[in-house]
Design a protein. Structure first.
Ligand code: AMP
Ligand code: MG
Length: 433
């Protein structure tokens, strides 16, 4: 944990803020999970295969198991006639061997009978796909090389081989690979437990009626959804009033719940009731509380009783955009990821964008036009305007110090969704990848 004095009005850049935030978290310890829990996790230790996959030579096609030398000269005009001596189905050991001049009818996945070294698929025989059933003879209409349409034992995975390295991400294909080698539990980094606390006297839970001066708490819900999206476990702490005592008591609840990270929203700007900073100062230490970015200049980071706390701004857009920049890589690092940068694309500005000079994350709508991406404003950019973020599929990054982006200029965009996915929610038809 790094200690920093709290310069009264220190305003730092996004990169420096990110550096300090990332110093505050480490990959979490391992836990053992079953395959159904393994998706999206990072392996702590390598996985070695105990057996060959496939465990025995088997057919890659429905056809006839043959000796390649018997059919070397086969063609449509001079077919090779073989005696069918049996059949081989997936799941059973073959009862007969293939001897010179014979063949075994074989299904995909069935063990290749002794004596055979190739499989001729039905399409290269006189077998009609409709005419099933036992046959006495088959005519082979094309040659088959040794090993053709045969999946060799150990061709996918060899016994003793490292199948997955430590640090590998478990995707659906790794889940299948692990199942295929009989590994049903893996050691992976634990998922971060993330406390979520909204602060503000004006906040009511979403199920509540609206009273004068009050608004509904959007951030607890959007932040919990983000935590889930990036593989954490949200621990909701509810709404704290704008008092140090209330925030402190909620923080205590989080400590008791053994959280790995606190996310708070609001109460970090310069207003009279912005008490999150005060609690950070009293309960631990504060690293910074202002970052040169838009939306979201007020952004606090520090520690309470040794647990990192990211104090996000209250405006619903600012809290989400700041989370994407800081919370997302923190969660990924705790989960054991090493590639932490959010991927970006290059797009062409279809209109002019003005900037204040801070690094700006502009809510844009990205469309594909031929081989290019085109960026347009998704709507008005006020930090309270959550609907504009709902209509956006990307965040265009205007670098610090750049005051304007002209029409036709190339820009960098963080994608929230891919432009090929037509968004649900405002009259268009959904299309999930
Ligand atoms: P603050 O950071 O406390 O100055 O809040 C900035 C703005 O965000 C104010 O307009 C708040 O009412 C609003 N706000 C704070 N917390 C939330 C929340 N959880 N959901 C929706 N709006 C919020
Ligand atoms: Mg407030």
């Amino acid at each position: 944990m790094a200690g920093y004095a709290v310069p009264e009005n220190e305003l730092i850049g996004v990169d420096e803020a990110l550096r300090r935030v990332m110093e505050g978290v480490s990959p979490l310890p391992a836990e053992k999970v079953g395959l159904e829990e393994a998706l999206g996790r990072i392996l702590v230790e390598p996985v070695l295969a105990r057996e060959d996959i496939p465990p025995f030579p088997n057919s890659a096609m429905d056809g006839y198991a043959v000796r390649s030398q018997d059919v070397a000269g086969a063609s449509k005009s001079s077919p090779v006639k073989l005696k069918v001596v049996g059949s081989a189905a997936a799941g059973y050991t073959p009862e007969v061997a293939v001897t010179p001049g014979t063949a075994v009818r074989i299904m995909t996945g069935a063990p290749v009978p002794p004596g055979a070294d190739a499989v001729v698929r039905f399409e290269n025989t006189d077998e009609s796909l409709l005419g099933k059933g036992p046959k006495e003879y088959v005519s082979i209409l094309a040659p088959a090389k040794k090993g053709e349409n045969v999946r060799m034992a150990g061709e996918d995975v060899k016994a003793g081989e490292t199948v997955l390295e430590a640090g590998a991400l478990i995707r659906p294909q790794e889940v299948g690979l692990l199942a295929s080698i009989g590994i049903t539990t893996v050691e992976v980094h634990r998922r971060p437990r993330v406390a979520i606390l909204s602060t503000g006297d004006e906040l009511l839970p979403p199920e509540s009626e609206i009273f004068p001066g009050k608004i509904r708490d959007a951030n607890s819900y959007s932040l919990a959804a983000l935590v889930r999206k990036y593989g954490g476990i949200p621990i909701p702490l509810g709404i704290a009033r704008d008092t140090e005592e209330d925030i402190r008591s909620k923080v205590r609840q989080g400590i008791e719940a053994r959280v790995d990270l606190f996310l708070t929203s609001a109460g970090v700007s310069k207003g009279d009731y912005d008490v999150v900073k005060a609690v950070l100062n009293a309960e631990g230490e504060i690293s910074f509380w202002m970052v040169r970015m838009k939306p979201g200049q007020p952004l606090a980071f520090g520690y309470v009783q040794g647990v990192p706390l990211l104090g996000l701004p209250g405006n619903p857009v600012s809290s989400i955009v700041s989370f994407e920049q800081f919370g997302r890589p923190m969660l990924l690092k705790m989960r054991g990821f090493t590639c932490l940068e959010k991927p970006t694309i290059r797009a062409i500005a279809a209109e002019r964008f003005k900037n204040s000079g801070r690094r700006n994350y502009v809510r844009v709508r990205i469309e594909k036009s031929g081989s290019c991406y085109i960026a347009r404003k998704a709507g008005p950019q006020g930090s309270g305007r959550l609907q504009t973020l709902s209509r956006a599929n990307g965040l265009m990054i205007i670098p610090e110090g750049v005051m304007e982006v002209k029409v036709g200029e190339e820009v960098e965009v963080q994608m929230l969704d891919w432009p090929e996915i037509v968004q649900c929610g405002f009259g268009e038809k959904g299309n999930l990848e």
